[in-house]
Write a protein of this length. Sequence first.
Length: 280
Amino acid sequence: MAVWDKLWGLLFLLAGAVGQTVIYPFTSTCAVRGSTVTLPCTFTPLKSFSDGQREVPLKIVRVLWCQNNVFCLRPAPSVWDTDSKTSDPRYQYLGDMKTNCTLQIRDVQQRDNATFRFRMEADNPKGHFTNMIGVTVRVDDGSKMRIISSSDDKKLSRGETVTLLCASVCTFHQLEVTWFKDGHALSETGPSLLLCSLNAEDSGSYTCALKTNMETVSEPYSLQVEAGNLDKLTVVRLVLFSAHMLLIVTVASIIIKRTCCLQVRSRLAEETRETASRRH
């Protein structure tokens, strides 16, 4: 008898699902403990239904996400519910009451290793619907972060640019991390660390870890910046600058020399005149 009751309940839910949908772009995802994961979701509610005589409009009055429950029916606890004011603050509903049902889970914990489902309820049971497929979240609780470099060579030349990416076995999206250089924390918190116009001060050992879980600290990534060769344009500029400075110094020397000679000749001429005037 219990089997038939469940079957009739399922048929009732499916009957009410005509014209309404809940779509999850992906039905499974992986998240590192302490990270943030977003479960994209869109829904199309039933606009109205016919009671045999007229078309009755419907309005969505409640939306919720539940965990490990096929239909999200009471008394099953929900992780987020418009009717509840005691939802876990780690769960943030980024959607609305119209078409968007996206859920975000912050500071992912091991208890989030579950299947999450979305349910909408209207002002009439005809508009109630739950997508039974749901989204399964797999929580990775023990993996270390790893650093991926945009350059295959760990020895880079002065003036070059390199990007270091802090990633997990699951993803590098939506990760808040702490970067370290030689054991000292840096100000950057995003998964990407951009190092532009490298110089000797950028050389060192880099590590990263989830901001909320320092146990995930990565293996050190050693970066060495070497004095690189000057490019052709820089060489040409230096040659032209040197030639220009040499020309200026040469011209200045000639002018100074001529000025000194004129001054000496003038002084000798004056002394000659004074000597001649004394004799007379």
